[in-house]
Design a protein around this ligand. Structure first.
Ligand code: CTP
Length: 213
């Protein structure tokens, strides 16, 4: 199977030395890429900047910005059977990044932000992807309802939802607990290491892919 995985944060430039980003470590996406490759699949990992080593046997395409990730995904998704969007893409980027380093002057500084392209939302609608589409949802409330809304809105087959209000799991942690939200039902995968969880998720995604065909 050809599998695309997006991972990590994106960096949205403010000026040549500063950026807006988030606390995503990229661990979940890298563990998933590694687990798919270990299971014999051909994996392309499109990743924003992380401190992680590229997993063995995985093709790696580094990107910086949401726009860069959107372009890379658009270029490669056509030949994929499965696409898993684990990246924490910035929802907004700077309207006009400065070409020179901003100097300190006034007491306040206003940045104008504009929406980034929704990469997962583009998969079906813009890129015409017909394979198995899996998204992530990081929520602080109404986990299942919010994830189900994303599932429908973005045309996904599965949303892997995690509750980021719970300490010790999710962002920047080695552990996670997720709710698998399918069109007709939901299933909890209880708290475990991201490494172990990645193997469970690969099995769930492959089962879904085979059932879809
Ligand atoms: N995602 C994406 N491109 C974006 C934003 C998000 O591909 N510009 C993907 C993420 O990789 C993830 C899923 O969309 O798989 C959910 O992201 P999230 O930001 O929670 O979704 P939103 O629709 O932006 O919802 P919210 O209003 O909760 O931010």
């Amino acid at each position: 199977m050809n599998v695309l995985v997006t991972a990590g944060p994106t960096r949205e430039p403010i000026d040549p030395v500063r950026f807006l980003s988030n606390r995503s470590s990229g661990k979940m996406g890298y563990e998933l890429a590694s687990a798919f490759a270990g299971d014999g699949h051909k994996v392309l990992l499109v990743s924003g900047p992380t401190a992680l080593d590229v997993p063995e046997g995985v093709d790696y395409l580094p990107v910086e910005t949401a726009a860069g990730m959107h372009e890379a995904v658009g270029h490669h998704i056509g030949r994929m059977d499965i696409a898993v969007f684990a990246a924490a893409v910035a929802d907004y980027t700077t309207a006009a990044p400065a070409t020179r380093k901003l100097k300190k002057s006034a007491d306040t500084l206003r940045l104008e932000l504009v929406k980034t392209p929704d990469i997962l939302g583009s998969a079906r609608q813009t890129f015409g992807f017909a394979g198995t589409l899996v998204g992530f949802a990081a929520e602080t409330e109404n986990l299942e309802a919010n994830a189900r809304d994303k599932l429908t809105r973005k045309g996904c087959d599965l949303i892997i939802a995690n509750d980021v209000s719970q300490p010790g799991i999710g962002f920047d942690s080695n552990h996670n607990e997720v709710l698998l939200v399918y069109p007709g039902h939901a299933r909890l995968l209880p708290r475990t290491s991201k490494h172990e969880l990645a193997h469970q998720l690969v099995q769930a995604v492959l089962e879904l892919h085979l059932a879809k065909r």
